[in-house]
Design a protein around this ligand. Structure first.
Ligand SMILES: Cc1cc2nc3c(=O)[nH]c(=O)nc-3n(C[C@H](O)[C@H](O)[C@H](O)COP(=O)(O)O)c2cc1C
Length: 363
């Protein structure tokens, strides 16, 4: 058990989970203003090996272990997350206007299950504030994504306007965008995964991306869709059909779950989306299912219950190009990304593979 689990986690566990998360973010925002501190963290925590590096759509990833949406909703700490060795960082979910989210308490830790339940409802400071923070935040080898959503007050029929507004405000500042239609905590949001609704949304977003890229004279940036773990195979088929038909270039699978069959006694009564260990098998199955339906160059990000190298390896073998983590970071601390990457190199060696791109689809 590392220092984080022995010392920091028990202290943080005494606080309300959201308060401790806020404190941690404030601390890391302070640390990342000090180049020496950042360099020391990078030296202690990050692990580099060229066998983990890969390219996709002109983006260079130094490793396949990323930070999931929600960890850094307001773009406070991408340089810190880079320093702890993340292969890529997804900030957000951001909405066009700042909003407070649902009433507290709205984040719950279930340490016995290595799980969390949250019903945050996208509290965030809005696109304008995020744009200010993201200026100069991108780092070589660590692509930066922005996860975009809609304000709670925007009617579902006008949702596309909110997502487009997010692109308009942030287009030059990110390397890729993730369309969040799968959070269970904004009323009606998951219905945007339905075939017609998603087709309309994807069409608006892809065409706006083309316009923005043309205006800036730069290549079009990839758009990914983030899906729920609670979709049936037929619903998943619809999502894939729309993505392939409309020019969406990847899927992030999965968001938090409201499926009661994944709950323990402790989490059964908590309203909100479940994350962490109980989600892992569903995430692996979803990635495996999706990989059979999409072409090789379609980017799949596996997320759900990644705590160690074995969990990350399972998602990569099922067909993910990369993985992300949120709950595992909370329970294992910032050193976990480096240790997962170290473990992935060991697995590559054991499997006789020369690079991480060869791991995909070997389940
Ligand atoms: C407290 C909390 C907040 C989250 N906020 C977001 C969010 O704003 N947008 C999003 O797409 N996913 C969000 N997620 C979902 C995670 O990005 C991830 O998809 C999910 O938690 C499964 O990964 P994990 O098991 O590693 O946590 C959040 C998860 C947690 C636990």
């Amino acid at each position: 058990m590392g220092l984080y689990q022995r010392v920091a986690l028990p202290l943080l566990n005494r606080l309300d989970p959201e308060t401790s998360h806020g404190l941690t973010l404030r601390l890391l925002a302070t640390l990342q203003r000090t180049p020496l501190a950042l360099a020391a963290i990078a030296w202690a925590a990050s692990f580099q090996d060229e066998r983990l590096a890969f390219e996709w759509r002109g983006l260079s990833f130094r490793n396949p272990v990323g930070v999931a949406a929600g960890v850094d909703k307001n773009g406070r700490g991408p340089r810190f997350l880079n320093a702890i060795g993340a292969g890529f960082v997804e900030v957000g979910t951001v909405t066009p206007l700042p909003q407070a989210g649902n009433p507290r308490p709205r984040v719950f830790r279930l340490p016995e299950d290595e799980a969390m339940v949250n019903r945050l409802g996208f509290p965030n400071e809005g696109t304008a504030r995020l744009a200010q923070r993201l200026k100069g935040a991108r780092r070589p080898g660590t692509p930066l994504g922005v996860n975009i959503g809609k304000n709670a007050s925007t009617p579902l029929d006008n949702a596309a306007e909110d997502y487009v507004a997010c692109l308009d405000a942030l287009y030059p500042l990110a390397d890729f965008f993730v369309v969040n239609v799968s959070s269970p905590n904004t009323e009606g949001l998951t219905s945007l995964q339905g075939r017609e609704a998603l087709a309309g949304l994807a069409e608006s977003l892809v065409s706006r991306c083309r316009e923005l890229a043309e205006n800036d004279g730069m290549p079009i940036k990839p758009l990914l869709v983030k899906v729920s773990p609670d979709l049936s195979p037929a619903e998943m088929d619809d999502v894939v059909g729309v993505c392939l038909g409309q020019g969406i270039e990847g899927i992030v699978a999965v968001n938090t779950s409201i499926d009661s069959t994944l709950r323990s006694v402790a989490s059964a009564q908590l309203r909100g989306g479940l994350s962490g260990r109980p989600l892992h098998r569903r995430a692996v199955e979803t990635i495996g299912y999706l990989r059979q339906l999409v072409p090789d160059d379609f980017f799949l990000v596996g997320v759900g219950g990644v705590f160690d190298a074995g969990d990350a390896w399972a998602l990569l073998q099922a067909g993910a190009n990369a993985v992300q983590m949120y709950t595992g970071l909370v329970y294992r601390g910032p050193g976990v990304i480096g240790s997962i990457n170290r473990g992935l190199v060991e697995r590559l060696e054991q499997a006789g593979l020369t690079g991480i791109a060869d791991a995909a689809g070997r389940a």
